[in-house]
Design a protein around this ligand. Structure first.
Ligand code: KPL
Length: 309
């Protein structure tokens, strides 16, 4: 294990699951760090041959390394997990035997409970940290991503100062949370509102901020907050206004909307599905969230995705 005061940098950073968001982190971090993106074959080949072009809030081509799997983990490595939430267990199972005592794993995905899944697979000896991001990204095609800047928040731990410094140095605005559970829940509510509505309606995030959808948005939030409070979470009083304001800033297609449009499985089970699950545990009605889960599963079914996969 290395102490923060002894060393304030990582020898190596892997982006495990280099989709839209992960690729943006990898690109920006490659400005000053040895970064390898781990992603699908086509993306990896394009990044290695032509580079990774990020447009939107920046306009630049980067040249991180790219591989389809991690073969070796050097000392002082940070692994940023940005796979889809449902792929977490399989992704980390594949690297378990390569982990070192000083490897840190930062779980930077949407959804609730992901870090528990990762901890369960990797065991108590591996340092697993939770983080969240308000950045947004669209995967145009292999090697090309569009990006909306935002903020990264990481859980307090022995690695957090190093992570925050490493990220901030590369233009990724990052802070350390004083209550990561609260922050994860607040991001969860944002996703529970934006992701299924945009995916069902096939519109950009800011397009759901209409008066006609206000009762639905606010009912989703009300149910989430009731369940969250039963889990011991505190929320700001003006959460509805905050989410409306935040969503209206995003002109991107949400990750769930992109998944549905591409015929891919979504993260619904880790978002509104978790609200329904926890609602049952606490005896709280979550009818609107349940309807959204069913509608998204219908769309996944239309895309030929079996829930057993
Ligand atoms: O996390 C997101 C997502 O698309 O999954 C938001 C914050 C809604 C940005 O699109």
């Amino acid at each position: 294990m290395f102490l923060e005061s002894e060393s304030m940098s990582f020898n190596k950073i892997f982006i495990l699951g280099a989709g839209a968001i992960g690729s943006v982190y990898g690109a920006l971090l490659s400005k000053r760090n040895d970064v390898t993106l781990v992603g699908n074959k086509k993306h990896v080949e394009t990044v290695n041959s032509k580079g990774l072009t990020i447009t939107g809030d920046i306009n630049e081509t980067f040249h991180p390394r790219a591989e389809t799997e991690i073969r070796e983990i050097p000392e002082k490595t940070l692994i940023i997990l940005t796979t889809k939430a449902y792929d977490s267990a399989a992704a980390v199972r594949g690297i378990k035997r390569l982990l070192r005592e000083d490897t840190a794993v930062l779980v930077l995905q949407n959804g609730l409970g992901n870090e528990d899944v990762v901890r369960q697979v990797l065991g108590a000896n591996t340092k697993v940290l939770r983080g969240i991001t308000t950045m947004a990204a669209e995967f145009f095609e292999a090697g090309k991503i569009r990006f909306w800047n935002g903020e990264t928040t990481v859980e307090k731990s022995e690695h957090s100062e190093t992570i925050a410094k490493t990220f901030n140095q590369c233009g990724l605005k990052t802070k350390i949370s004083d209550d990561i559970k609260r922050d994860v829940w607040n991001k969860l509510v944002v996703n529970c509102v934006i992701n299924p509505l945009t995916a069902i309606l096939k519109v950009r995030n800011n397009q759901i901020i209409t008066d006609s959808l206000k009762p639905i948005r606010h009912e989703i939030i009300r149910e989430c907050v009731e369940v969250g409070k039963a889990e011991g979470i505190t929320f700001p009083d003006d959460l509805e206004e905050r989410i409306d304001k935040e969503a209206s800033k995003y002109t991107n297609f949400s990750s769930m909307c992109q998944d549905v449009m591409k015929g891919k499985r979504t993260e619904i089970d880790f978002l509104n599905g978790k609200i329904v699950e926890l609602g049952k545990k606490h005896g709280i009605q979550t009818k609107v969230n349940a309807v959204l889960v069913h509608l998204i599963k219908f769309l996944e079914g239309e895309n030929g995705i079996s829930r057993r996969n």
